[in-house]
Design a protein around this ligand. Structure first.
Ligand SMILES: NC(=O)c1ccc[n+]([C@@H]2O[C@H](COP(=O)([O-])OP(=O)(O)OC[C@H]3O[C@@H](n4cnc5c(N)ncnc54)[C@H](OP(=O)(O)O)[C@@H]3O)[C@@H](O)[C@H]2O)c1
Length: 346
């Protein structure tokens, strides 16, 4: 498909109608690419907010926010400028997330209401429980940071939080609720006990971390996988870097396809993600970058051979390991992810 451009005051725009969409179990449709808004502790809130406004101007209609990113007030101001253009609220998908120190029954509605006030919105399209662990760590902390009253995943507690998430839907404050950073065994329990099922699961997904089992589980249970770090998060905080980490944008398979198409390897990661069926939410504060990612979503498809080649380069390389959520001494980050198919015991 050829990219269709229209003219806007300060440049080019991708027609949002051409951006593929995913249908949630409610029938609602979500643009198959969104702009991430985590500045990775080094991109200032004002720069992220400017990117939101700029991205809306070039055709983005989906933004992935969170209270812990520390920039919702600035993004709220940017969104107000967006509504002053011809873009209407109902044309834009906006996600926010409940942070880990707000899982308490009295905190959920209060925290969501705060995000709504900060973002200057009447409702959210999607509200996620950011992590299944109720363990606070301060923004900007290092990898050794631990919450003094850290807890593991306790399903009964999680369901108390989830009941409040369901209430947010009943109250009309959010249209959908979902999970993030879950494993198959945790999701099985939530799906069994939820009155309102999660519409999406947000999870790390890129060519070096394809998570085939969780990806298939999410899809076959009627949820949409939203993929974070779709480019391999080259700007991620220091605490999320280890010597073993690999770089999907340097993978020879990705680089070869990018060279053939004349695009940055990041764009190949985005094309692959959308064609595979997840919703990538790449972050960028650079107009050329976020525009080329959106163009990647509407320009020609990768070939079946490209898709097959990328399916072979999975390195099972999790970048966001979550060490700061560990709840007792002597554990390894693998314990957070239930890698043997059962929830890690207390
Ligand atoms: N649910 C969760 O627990 C969770 C966890 C992590 C992230 N997230 C969400 O996922 C979003 C994306 O993850 P992420 O920001 O960690 O990683 P990412 O999107 O994989 O990578 C972002 C980085 O890639 C660069 N980039 C983007 N497009 C590019 C292009 N076309 N060419 C070259 N470089 C490009 C950006 O730099 P420039 O700014 O210079 O373009 C930025 O440093 C976050 O912003 C957040 O909304 C959610």
């Amino acid at each position: 498909m050829k990219v269709r451009y229209g003219s806007v005051v300060n440049g080019v725009v991708v027609d949002p109608a051409l951006v593929p969409q995913r249908t949630l179990y409610t029938g609602a449709r979500v643009p198959a690419i969104g702009l991430g808004t985590f500045g990775s502790d080094h991109v200032m809130a004002s720069e992220v907010a400017a990117a939101v406004e700029g991205a809306a101007a070039v055709g983005y209609r989906h933004f992935d926010c969170a209270s812990v990113y520390g920039n919702e007030p600035q993004i709220g101001y940017a969104l107000q400028q967006v509504w002053r253009s011809s873009i209407r609220r109902e044309q834009v998908w906006i996600t926010s997330k409940l942070w880990n120190d707000k899982h308490g029954e009295n905190e959920v509605i209060r925290s969501c209401t705060q995000s709504l006030a900060d973002l200057r919105l009447d409702y959210l399209d999607l509200y996620l429980v950011h992590w299944p662990f109720p363990n606070f760590h301060p923004p900007g902390c290092d990898v050794t940071s631990r919450s003094k009253d850290a807890k593991p995943y306790l399903h009964a507690n999680f369901m108390k939080t989830w009941r409040k998430m369901e209430e947010l839907v009943d109250l009309g404050l959010v249209r959908h609720i979902g999970t993030s950073n879950m494993s198959v065994p945790k999701l099985k329990l939530v799906l069994h006990d939820a009155r309102i099922k999660p519409a999406v699961n947000e999870m790390e997904l890129h060519p070096h971390f394809q998570q085939p089992e969780l990806f298939e589980f999410v899809r076959s249970n009627g949820m949409v996988p939203v993929g974070y770090c779709p480019i391999g998060s080259p700007g991620r905080p220091e605490r999320d870097r280890t010597a073993e980490d690999t770089v999907p944008t340097q993978d020879p398979v990705i680089v070869k396809i990018a060279n053939r198409l004349g695009v940055h390897p990041a764009v190949v990661c985005i094309k692959w993600a959308i064609q595979r069926g997840q919703v990538p939410i790449p972050f960028s504060a650079n107009r050329n970058h976020y525009l080329s990612n959106l163009e990647g979503a509407v320009s020609g498809s990768l070939t079946p051979d490209d898709m097959r080649a990328i399916s072979t380069i999975d390195r099972n390389c999790r970048l966001i390991k979550g060490q700061v959520f560990l709840w007792k001494d002597g554990q390894a980050w693998e314990d957070l992810w239930d890698m043997n198919g059962e929830i890690t015991p207390l």
